[in-house]
Design a protein around this ligand. Sequence first.
Ligand code: ADP
Ligand code: MG
Length: 347
Amino acid sequence: MSASSFRTGLLLCLLLVSGCSQSPELVRHRQFFALGTLIDITMYDIDGAAAEQAGLELEQLFMRMHADWHAWQPGILQETNRRLATLEDFPADPALLPLLDEANRLSRLSDELFNPVIGKLIALWGFHSDERPDGPPPDNNRILELVAQQPSVTDVTLHDGHLRNGNPAVRYDLGGVAKGYAIDRGIERLRARGIDHAIINAGGDLRAIGRHGERPWHIGIRDPRGPGVLAAIELGDDESIFTSGDYERFFDHDNQRYHHIIDPRNGYPADSATSVTVIHTDAATADAAATALFVAGPELWQTVARRMGIRYVLLIDRNGTIHMNPAMQQRVRFDTEPAAISLGEPL
Ligand code: ADP
Ligand code: MG
């Protein structure tokens, strides 16, 4: 994980913990690293033994998802990509199939601005590595070649539990949705244990259920160009809040920033937004939508949000203007009043 997402995670932990200080005995945490980031489980109003058991179950669950869905280490996703590249039928792995289905659905909904099969492009940019990404940017012709092959989820078909791919450019990278999907699975496990007041926070992206005692959960939205919090927001019972930003994973080359959210239409890092925050019920949709709306930028975000059924969006463009729909504006409390706000139509 990057140092900055680590900071985001810490920031949110601190916010949550400080909010919890009146009754610390009611709040339990478990933290571990998975899916490239710090996972923090907060459980409210639960005894120590129950929290311990639930925390252990979730840690094991996340570790398995981490191994199965990793984009560049050996595992089920890598094996699936290898077999997709053969363009022949093969049995889909049940540990991956529901996530692939969900990623494919969200890709179609987003007009493929969220595109989980551009793994070859992401690798070409050097973001499939445990090392810090580094310049120079890849050769323009190689980028254009991959874009021209138009890898799309519609190239992948499923029949009787068998997958088949018709486009050699297709390679899955689930980095834009896996965290959200994993959080949804984690919340299901907590509920199955009767835990109804909790947050699963993955490096600042999170889903919250229930309440913090008498009051709702309070969450900070990070300032993409500064060390602190841009705004605060209250989450209702069962909401997810996800942010995609250009500060999470990037390298600078010749005074230009190249980051990890790629516009599938031209193969280059999407450059019209610096950060997009989305609130939605389920975390998988919020995750994919934050990535899609980041690519959509200030011109297209409302169209794509409507298609994806998203009701709350805050987008910061590269000039620092904050774009929001009116329902989002009602909910955010800015630390300092922003210099420029562009209010959209209701979604
Ligand atoms: P983060 O993981 O930093 O919270 P995102 O959810 O936006 O941010 O996911 C970014 C990751 O998604 C990239 O690292 C890459 O693996 C993948 N990705 C990049 N561009 C796209 C895209 N247009 N559609 C789908 N996935 C993408
Ligand atoms: Mg995402």
